[in-house]
Design a protein around this ligand. Structure first.
Ligand code: XBP
Ligand code: MG
Length: 263
């Protein structure tokens, strides 16, 4: 059973970026003279709202301020978010962020096997354009046949829209594709879009229920960071590679109703 494409979420999946996002939000608040401080605890809860602008709007809605002040602050959200995006790019440029375990290897394997690659993310194109080259090298963005991100769809994760757009642009059937996610919102989006979903949580999503994913792992594993024996037994080896992924995908695809039989 040949997988037609691998589709990657960005934040939390390609790299553990949310601490950098949190710092960028707080830096933007200082630039705009706002005394807001998103602590890790506060931010962990706010991550239940996908999208930085939506997260800011939700936060403003939670403030005990007069209605006219709330409206004024809501009007400032796009500007605050643009500042935050610039701050995030600055943090990325400092070179502290690294791809998560197994990401560079799996993407390299897929490229070597001619398996198309996609990105499906809630974040902005500006963030992806800053992050992917910083993580994987100057040419890396060109490795992805499709980059579906941010406001190009009406509904953000957990809605399936961004994954539906990505697989449509890849010219693939969703059930022929594998999605890689880190969060409850993301797993729900990929599952709702019909993709075979692999979930690898981060410290931010450790408490999330990712059990609706077809495959849940502590990491993708690597030769220098092999998976624990229980996880390795589940996938047939100490790290998830294209063949082991295709085998797990194939066994799932064989259970699909005939109408969606995977060729
Ligand atoms: C995670 C998100 C994003 C980031 C912040 O996106 O929900 O909003 O937290 O980035 P992903 P923006 O789908 O990649 O996990 O401020 O650009 O939204
Ligand atoms: Mg994510």
């Amino acid at each position: 059973m040949r997988l037609e494409a691998l589709v990657f979420d960005v934040d939390g999946t390609l790299a553990d970026t949310e601490e950098a996002h949190r710092r960028a939000f707080n830096a933007a608040f200082r630039v705009h003279g706002l005394d807001w401080d998103w602590t890790p605890e506060v931010y962990g809860v706010l991550l239940n709202v996908a999208g930085g602008k939506e997260r800011l709007t939700h936060w403003v809605g939670s403030l005990a301020v007069a209605p006219e002040e709330r409206d004024r602050l809501r009007g400032q959200v796009p500007e605050i978010h643009a500042t935050k995006t610039r701050e995030f790019a600055g943090l990325v440029a400092q070179g502290e962020l690294r791809p998560r375990t197994g990401i560079a290897r799996l993407i390299g394997e897929a490229r070597g096997r001619g398996v198309p690659l996609g990105i499906a993310s809630t974040t902005t194109l500006a963030n992806v354009e800053a992050l992917v080259p910083a993580l994987l090298g100057e040419e890396a963005l060109s490795w992805f046949d499709v980059v579906a991100v941010g406001d190009v769809v009406p509904r953000k994760k957990p809605a399936p829209d961004i994954y539906q757009l990505a697989v449509r642009r890849l010219g693939a059937a969703p059930e022929h594709c594998a999605a890689f996610e880190d969060s409850d919102l993301g797993v729900r989006a990929a599952r709702a879009a019909g993709l075979f979903t692999v979930a690898v949580c981060t410290r931010w999503t450790r408490e999330h229920d990712l059990s609706s994913a077809h495959l849940q792992l502590p990491s993708l594993g690597d030769p220098d960071a092999p998976l624990d024996s229980e996880s390795a037994d589940r996938i047939g080896g100490p790290w998830l590679d294209v063949d082991r992924l295709a085998a797990r995908h194939g066994s799932w695809a064989s259970t699909l109703p005939a109408t969606r039989a995977v060729s």
